[in-house]
Design a binder for this molecule. Sequence first.
Ligand code: B3K
Ligand code: ZN
Length: 879
Amino acid sequence: APLIQRLDYQQPPFWIRKVDLSFDLDPAKTIVTSKMQVERNRAVPHGPLRLHGEELNLLRALINGAGVSFRQEGHELVIDNPPDDDFALEIRNTIAPEKNTALSGLYTSGGSFFTQCEAEGFRRITYFLDRPDVMAVYTVTLRADAAKYPVLLSNGNLTDSGTLENGRHFAVWHDPFPKPSYLFAVVAGDLVAREQRVRTRAGKDHLLQVFVRRGDLEKTEHAMNSLIASIVWDEARFGLPLDLERFMVVGVSDFNMGAMENKGLNIFNTAALLASPATATDADFARIESIVAHEYFHNWTGNRVTCRDWFQLSLKEGLTVFRDQEFSMDMAGSASARAVCRIQDVRQLRALQFPEDSGAMAHPVRPDSYSEINNFYTATVYEKGSEVVRMYQTLVGRKGFEAGMKLYFERHDGQAVTCDDFAQAIADANPGSALATRLDAFKRWYSQAGTPRVKAHGEHDAAARTYTLRLAQHTPATPGQPTKLPQVIPVVMGLLDRHGAALALNAAGDTETVLVLDQAEQTFVFENIDAEPVPSLLRGFSAPVVLDDGLSDAALLVLMRHDSDPFNRWEASQRLALNRILHALRAGQPLQLSPVFIDAMRGLLNHPELDAAFKELALTLPGEAYIAEQLDVVDPQAIHAAVMAAQQQLASALRDDWAATFETNQIAGGYTPDPVSSGKRALANLALSMLVLDAQATGDTVWPGKAYQRFKDASNMTDRLGALAALVNAGAELAQPALERFHALFKDDALVIDKWFALQARAPESEGRVFARAKALTKHADFTLKNPNRARSLLSSLCMFNPAAFHRADAGGYVFWAEQVLAVDAINPQLASRIARAMDRWSVLAEPYRSAAREAVARVAAKPDLSTDVREIVERALA
Ligand code: B3K
Ligand code: ZN
């Protein structure tokens, strides 16, 4: 497959301004007719018309009503001599939706029709200029059997509908907004909708609909509430209103990712849409709220202003993730609940994006080349992209950022633009700001891959009463980028005295400031500092960097107890734990938690003022993937052993505290997924898992019994799954009967059965039992590679999220990985290439893992008929 280069971008030689599409829907053979209004783009040299098309059966091509000569060249339909003037092009082709297991283009799921067009799925529906800078106004006619497909949906407004002969019916949809083909959507099936009418600030009425399969309607209330909250928030925070009379959301069980922002017709993986207290956890409720918001926010950041080319993907994704993160924080309410959101986002970034940024797939937020664009819907483009947007806000302030957004829409509404256009708008709205004066350097965040390392060193001069902070930065080499220039790094910070009191940083008495590090090395001097302070740097995680501040445990304890910044309080708790784990790993010694550390953790757990949600985060040990990131050579088994030892010691040393915590965090009354009650449930579940773990070690049977009872009696999924996880993760005897009971209870609910698979595949490995069980589960009657949620629940859980079960000295995990990647690739390349990424970091593994892993990757790469998706991943891994 050819490598597509960012710098090769050229405008399209033709524009398609208007398109009339009609579909005669049939699972085996759908007929698609497309009538396009085409005009030459006079800004580029004269050339043939090349339309994209894949897996299509062409019936005819007409220009201005007459037959035209064409040729097929690979995945392109070439018309060599189209007219000079505007012309009408008509294409008729057929497709086979029921055979489309790749879930890209038009496909069937559960007997209904759905589409997924981003990034390049539209070309699997009909021939088109399938690129985001070609924007057209769509009118869509759908015809289908009325009994099987009573609901016929496409983008925009319904302008006509009626019955046809032979039990068929039709609907006509018109979307007034010009859009790129990737935002096109069709849904047809036997669906029902929850409906709600809302009035926006301008006094306009809108119809909101959430379509799902019959029987799922009662699980749509949370999604509808989340949609309404998103509409209200975007108007209030950014002045961005809903622009369509009708806004539709549809759930589908077979879907490659979370959801898709098609104009006016968002399509969701049911896992990101359906929730009820009995079947969804608090985490599910929060995730649904954020994904519903994310897709809705795309209506402005992505749809009204879209990407010129796919290299600009973070223009819409980074910005929209930033917006959904801000929304979730605003919804959470209290300062502490906001901090909990921030901590969770950073944890996610560190667990997924940091490894990506230091592995074979490392790429800039705006990539320079790809062979398969679907491989670049990554944590870097999304999550690091969001951190970049957050830094704009930190540098120009909240008001300044809002002004920048306003200017961005004034300039670019209705256009397909670049990351540079966004940067320019934010800077121009804030002349003289810390951003505007460093714009070129700031934009290195888009062009340089790798996570910058920041080293901090402070020196106190008692005689001069000054504190000098020296900051240095360095970004490690990444594939194709051996050297890097300094980046613009906003460091939000404060100084504490040894008792934890905040110190004034300047004559104005500010206790917090933003230092802008934009050189390889810089010093900052603070006056009137009487004694050696404790620096609190990178508050709120103000930049996506790795900070080495060299702080002693004593200093970390001061921050953990007193920092006014809750993020840094949490960070200090994690650093204390991380230091111990790393120390043991580097020394090759068994891990031993010190009494000071235990006391500090006890202090946190029993703290009278801290929220339960915060305590849960602070007392959860750093993840194994994050620990691996701190090491040059990674031994997954050693890391796992150290974490398990730390957990065991924490469980036993704090036994009475965990028991008290469990009792005091019970909730009376009905279930609501609000931050306070979900925090309590999370902490109670952590306590329970610690108590069961400790009981396993001591032989006590009381807590496993209590956990089983709670599992049976639970009135919501968070408590039920929490109790089940406590049993499974501790390897308790009661785990097996509990798992069986759980399966029997929920056998008809696919989303819950996904949890059942995932829980078993993610359980802490112990003597190979988890791996053996996961392998056996691939033979379970409920397992299938065809449904992405199900495949991921087992394969991604094991290969990507359970390092100790996956990386085995006998290479069994790698053999399993290779088999599964190849099997999935034959069905669904996008899904396969996600799972293939489990091997991104093979080169940092210790032996014998390293050689065996490389061999498995090479074996997959040697297959001649791999998809371009998987090929790109394995070839980058071997490069
Ligand atoms: N824009 C889609 C992702 C499409 C992925 C294509 N492989 C969902 C989102 O980010 O909102
Ligand atoms: Zn998105």
